[in-house]
Design a protein around this ligand. Sequence first.
Ligand SMILES: *[C@@H]1O[C@H](CO)[C@@H](O)[C@H](O)[C@H]1NC(C)=O
Length: 302
Amino acid sequence: MLLSLPLLACAAVRLALAFPQPAKLTKDIEHDPSVVKTPDGTYILVGTGKAIPTFASTDRLSWTKVGDAFPDGAPEAALALAGNKDVWAPDISFVNDIYILYYSTSTFGTQKSAIWLATSPTGLPGSWTDKDKVLESKEGDPYNAIDAHLFVSSNGSRHLVWGSYWSGIFLGNVDAKTGLLTSDEFVNLAARPGAGVIEAPWLYERDGVFYLFTSWDQCCEGTKSTYHMRVATSRSLVGPYLDSHGKAALEGHMTLLMDSHDDVYGPGGQSLLDDDDGVLLVYHRYFGTGSTGLLSLNVLDF
Ligand SMILES: *[C@@H]1O[C@H](CO)[C@@H](O)[C@H](O)[C@H]1NC(C)=O
């Protein structure tokens, strides 16, 4: 499948995504995978789960569970907000020799949610120091404080993008020293006014173009999942993000990246991994009749 995303008349940008059948990897993985590569070449993957299940791999194909990020349970305040249930969509990065983890908890079915931060020298289970709450949301806020992703721009500036299930995707600036938001002035990047789920944002910058990836519709219902991935691009971090027809992401227009196809169902919860051999799209999907979210990786061809 080929997607072309002409942006501006003067500079057409093409995003070509090849998706052969994703290889069925050797390990069932939780939803919303996020991967980081360590300096020694090992990959560390985290996903949704009560104490943030953590997996390691040396080849990206075979994964071994190495433990939970929080072996004694997630920090109390975060767990309390989740009613002792899952911690959602952890986002792991490695910046300036420190592993950084943003994750969210939510009172299920409400906008009572928060994004939390932890840091670590190794990224491994039991090594994380709780750095407390980054952002919270309540009924009536324009966003839902879930699905955070730390974006580091080409000049090193740091930003958090998050949201939202019901409402839109938002962007804020991050203080490099503390990992916290510098102000409560946020930019709305994408939304689906009056219609459907949009969440799991991920930002990627390449050759002066910003790519905003999101997941739409219903996650986590096995082969009934309608989850799928969409992308929009902008020449500016703060937007406007446009689909391949030049329509605004803020008005609910983003280009389809991958939907259910063949025996792959509900692909989404994506993240990107910049690796030596390319940029990888990392996501979960259901496979055939299985009800477990399975890890998938595809190389993105820009
Ligand atoms: C760094 O890049 C970001 C993203 O494009 C931009 O918002 C910010 O203004 C830039 N900062 C500087 C100092 O150029």
